[in-house]
Design a protein around this ligand. Sequence first.
Ligand code: KG4
Ligand code: ZN
Length: 339
Amino acid sequence: MTMILGIETTCDETAVSIVEDGVRILSEVTSLQIDLHARFGGVVPELAARRHLELMIPTLEKTLEQSSLKKEEIDAIAVAQGPGLIGAILIGLNTAKALSLAWNVPLIGVNHIEAHLYSAMMNEAFQPSSFLPALGLVLSGGHTSLVLVRAVGDYELLGQTRDDAMGEAFDKVSKMLNLPYPGGPYIEKEALKGDPSAFAFKPCQIKEAPLDFSFSGLKTSVSHALKKLDQPLTDSIISDIAASFQRAAIQSVCKRLELALETTPDIKSVILGGGVTCNEALRKALTPIAHPLPIFWPKKEHCLDNAAMIAGLGFHKLQQKPCGDFLDIPALTTIPFSS
Ligand code: KG4
Ligand code: ZN
């Protein structure tokens, strides 16, 4: 039995979790900061870092208490070293370094995007020998990537966004429609009431790199449609725009997944991760495209940023490579998605 304590502070969630053997969650506590950033319509990096500093120790203490473990029973610390907001990451990383030193246990730096993908594999039903290689899609507020997953830790990037991330596009369109932040869940809710064919928004295609994504054109189409309106923005227009935008955004993902499945041999499953995978319309649209292959989604509570995915992935990283000098682990604003 290996107990890993994971820490996540790359954006605006202060999260700590303890996971046994990469899959069994003993405890997890996530402290949200939405109230702090909502009035600015997005995360303010400096405020996020300061709030992480206030929340870090209480969140850590609550997680340990919830697990009923003593600190001597923790075998290693895993921490999200990026990508994300540098000031925010540094709070989690320096806490992790201090704990590693004080408790005399190894420290593992984990890639936050890779951890989002791992969150779908984090259940006992997922047997790597049956379901890998897989196609993996990370759809979050900061990243949109399509990857070939050969094994946990062995990836090939097949496509990524050239501009906005998918969640970022949801957030920006939501702002244009005067909906609250973060926008994804509000767009999804409005879309349920709207007509997805009311506005002819088109998913973007990139001829020379058909597996790459782009959402900025779609966002601009929404902005133009709003400028062209010859009537006030009513509730029903908001719902229609949300539904039409959401359909086009989801179609972008469907097309790329379809093409990747056609062109990548020996795929055994599809794996999803990131905040946008909360979206039920996305789940409904992608499942038949993957069929007859199984599609693995994170549990709803692990779609958004969380520390269980960091601790879970940390277990595999601990086995794969010896930890060097933990004080050398840097905070990184970007990390290329590769093995
Ligand atoms: O993975 P995540 O927590 O943070 C990053 O690593 O970026 O994702 C947050 C993103 C936000 O952009 C949010 O609007 C989006 O996930 N999101 C959704 C939904 N719930 C959250 N997007 C579409 N539909 C949703 N239901
Ligand atoms: Zn994330």
